[in-house]
Write a new protein. Sequence first.
Length: 188
Amino acid sequence: MWHMKNSLPNSRSEDAQVTVASPRRKPHPLHPWLISILSTTAFALLPNSAAFAACVLGPIAGNTVYTCDSGDSGGSLTDADGDNTLNFPAGGTGQISGNVTFGVGTDRIDMQSGTITGTVDQGGGTDFFTIGAGTVAGNVQQGAGIDDFNMSGGQIGSLNQGDGLDTFTMTGGRIVDFFDDGDRAVMI
């Protein structure tokens, strides 16, 4: 028990004090499952809290989002179905050891790190390729359709945007060989 002494204001006696006893409580223990749920929820809600996972890229039917942030894919990535997205997040070290091939659809590749040792073929359809860091050793082929290419850093072997009213913006980075078929090009 805790004992506290308080002086009363405006008391008639100079030593007027009151002693109050307050029971001391023990903290309530948290169950391990509650701690697990709270920590999982916190990680899900925190910005930029994505867990780094190996670059394991098994194609799944339909619209698929792939993330390659660490490790090596051990081979090429081919997914001809649906609208696909491939992300190399900033600060990552992932590598696709081979080619990236997507089919007809709205396909997106966002490279802010990492390496593709082969070529990229985004297939027909409206395709988007953004690179701010990282390397594509070979050609980036965007295919038929209205395509968009945006480069602010990194390096690619070459770029072929294919048929369609394509846009190309380059503010940094390096294209080693050539750039072809961009209908609207901006270089800053």
